[in-house]
Design a protein around this ligand. Structure first.
Ligand SMILES: NC(=O)c1ccc[n+]([C@@H]2O[C@H](COP(=O)([O-])OP(=O)(O)OC[C@H]3O[C@@H](n4cnc5c(N)ncnc54)[C@H](O)[C@@H]3O)[C@@H](O)[C@H]2O)c1
Length: 286
């Protein structure tokens, strides 16, 4: 390909199976010449197929629950040891809501589930950066990216408490990014990706409708997992050294749309069908 990550060392969180965005990032990082370790929650080792990815990319797997400081400290220490030096790039690709899984509505959350989802999906990003920062484990001009979704800015009712988690995650990227930039010349950004058919994505109620709405709304169509991986690689490369504290939309233009012709056509089609259905009723009433 372009050798964009030649000689770079990284940590990739969140590859569960071949649909995972992190899986595609790992494949692309490998193609671009990077060396990295893969990590995921111990339970994901049993449920997913990460071993296959490790073999394919010549990487080691270090299990770590992203809510455990001990696990994260062990991960960073081992990664530096295995890769033979400090880290150049980190991908945080972790998301999970127990309320979504259990079908609790946003208005009827179980707050213990809310806390768990926030810890896993949002606070974990602070934890990861805190361990990297305190251990001085990142190389200068390194890059840290977390994946997010537009529900952090706008209302998507079924995205539930994940919307709040993403808002927190994006804020942590800015706040920690300041210290990382000032003290270590490391950049921190979030990439706000289109809805994508993965295990986490498909957990959201009405996901199919969600995905086709976004597709019709976006002038370039939804961004795929592979396209997200390509964009992430550029953010890890030396071509984006001064981009930091940003939430970067990677969504085919969706975030700046009001309405599209495709959506209007759909609505007008439905309205005219309603009229046809209603007409005999009106006649019947006369
Ligand atoms: N799929 C979408 O529509 C979409 C859109 C925008 C952003 N994102 C974000 O992209 C990221 C990756 O999700 P994905 O769509 O590839 O789904 P995915 O289900 O493949 O990945 C989610 C990952 O989080 C991991 N995880 C869960 N709990 C963990 C824990 N305690 N410790 C460590 N890892 C844990 C899972 O094992 C899994 O690998 C998430 O942050 C998600 O919110 C997804």
């Amino acid at each position: 390909m372009y050798n964009l990550l030649k000689g770079k060392k990284g940590i990739i969180f969140g590859a569960l199976d071949s649909k995972s965005i992190a899986w595609k990032v790992a494949e692309r990082a490998h193609e671009e010449g990077a060396k990295f370790v893969l990590t995921n929650a111990p339970v994901a080792m049993r449920l997913g197929t990460i071993a296959e990815l490790a073999e394919k990319t010549g990487s080691e797997i270090i299990p770590a629950d992203a809510t455990s400081m001990l696990d994260l400290e062990n991960l960073v220490d081992k990664a530096v040891e295995i890769l033979g030096g400090k880290i150049d790039f980190v991908l945080h690709s972790i998301g999970m809501s127990v309320n979504v899984r259990r079908g609790n509505l946003y208005t009827h959350q179980d707050y213990n589930f809310t806390k768990t989802g926030w810890d896993v999906s949002a606070l974990s990003f602070h934890r990861v950066m805190s361990v990297l920062y305190q251990r001085n484990a990142m190389n200068e001009w390194g890059s840290i990216v977390a994946l997010t979704y537009m529900a952090a800015q706008r209302v998507f009712p079924d995205y539930n408490d994940m919307a709040d988690n993403k808002a927190y995650l994006e804020s942590v990227a800015r706040s920690f990014g300041y210290f990382f930039g000032r003290d270590h010349k490391v950049r921190v950004n979030t990439i706000s990706q289109s809805p994508t058919p993965t295990t986490a994505g498909s957990g959201v109620k009405g996901f199919d409708g969600f995905i086709s709405y976004a597709e019709k709304m976006s002038p370039l169509g939804n961004a795929t997992a592979l396209e997200c991986a390509d964009y992430t690689i550029t953010m890890f490369s030396d071509l984006t050294k001064k981009v930091t504290l940003q939430n970067l939309f990677h969504d085919g233009g969706f975030s700046n749309m009001g309405v599209s012709n495709a959506i209007m056509d759909e609505i007008m089609k439905n309205e005219s069908t309603d009229e046809i259905v209603e007409e005999p009723k009106k006649k019947g009433k006369k």
